[in-house]
Design a binder for this molecule. Structure first.
Ligand code: NDP
Length: 246
């Protein structure tokens, strides 16, 4: 989808929530969505990073975003219900939800899997996304058309040695996408997943410390698929697993 070219005002008047909006791919997506006219709700755990993205969006003259500081590791169902109520009060509806935040954890042999770390990764990468989506669905159904994007990975589509809980969590993400997409079929909510592919971010550098980051696509370069799935040109596209780099 690298060749997709979005109209300048593709996301005009849309309200879009991006998780992990302070860094990496989430940061790039938030700025790109705002540049295309969306009011972006920036969710993440490091407030300073969110404030920097906020300032960048304001400085560029894009629609004023909102900030939701939330650590998905400790968040409760009530946090998501409260967030959904605030969005309903402030904006009336939600047009887009990009589930992007996730944790890599430690890579290594299966016998070295640490229970605490396994539980944290499943909480942040899977449970939080399920419960957040559950809370936000009513306010998304109030939008004329709504798009939910889950973020997958190559190791969530084919298992790979030593990728441990991160890989299981991404298979679960694909499963969640398929279940929800099937439930939403023939409705005005569409649900898809994106595998970003190797992208120049902190997470990638942690997974491949010996790699030269300059050989990788930047987060900005992989945005066409994200724009396509958030924009109205993807209405009717549901339950599909996309690759951002092919
Ligand atoms: P980064 O680690 O660069 O950014 C992840 C973002 O998620 C950060 O903003 C981080 O916030 C946030 N985040 C992490 N944990 C939590 C939490 N507990 N609560 C709230 N926010 C949290 O990752 P990438 O940008 O590389 O990855 C984005 C997505 O793309 C992930 O789902 C990843 O699995 C996927 N992906 C990435 C690939 C790549 O090559 N980069 C390849 C395949 C998939 P903070 O900065 O505050 O910690």
């Amino acid at each position: 989808m690298l060749e997709y070219q979005a109209a300048k005002d593709l996301l005009k008047n849309k309200i879009i929530l991006v998780t992990g909006a302070g860094d990496g791919i989430g940061r790039a997506a938030a700025i790109e969505f705002a540049q295309h006219g969306a009011t972006v709700i920036l969710l993440g755990k490091t407030v300073k990073k969110l404030e920097k993205v906020y300032d960048e969006i304001i400085h560029a003259g894009y629609p004023t975003p909102a900030i939701v500081p939330l650590d998905l590791k400790g968040a409760t169902e009530q946090n998501y219900i409260d967030m959904a109520e605030t969005i309903a009060e402030q904006f009336g509806h939600l047009d887009g939800l990009l589930h992007n935040a996730s944790q890599l954890g430690a890579l290594g042999p299966f016998e070295h899997i640490d229970l605490t770390s396994l539980e944290t990764i499943m909480k942040v990468n899977v449970t939080a996304q399920a419960i957040m989506t559950k809370a936000l669905l009513p306010v998304m159904r109030k939008a004329p058309h709504a798009s939910i994007i889950f973020t997958s990975s190559s190791v969530g589509r084919k298992g790979r040695a030593y990728w441990g809980p991160y890989a299981f969590s991404k298979f679960a993400t694909e499963g969640m996408m398929q279940v929800l997409a099937d439930e939403c079929d023939e409705t005005h909510v569409r649900v898809n997943s994106i595998n970003p592919g190797a992208t120049r971010t902190e997470m990638r550098a942690k997974a491949y410390p010996a790699e030269d980051p300059q050989t990788l696509k930047t987060a900005k370069e992989i945005m066409p698929t994200y724009l396509f799935l958030m924009g109205d040109e993807s209405i009717g596209t549901n339950g599909q697993a996309f690759n951002a780099q092919s």
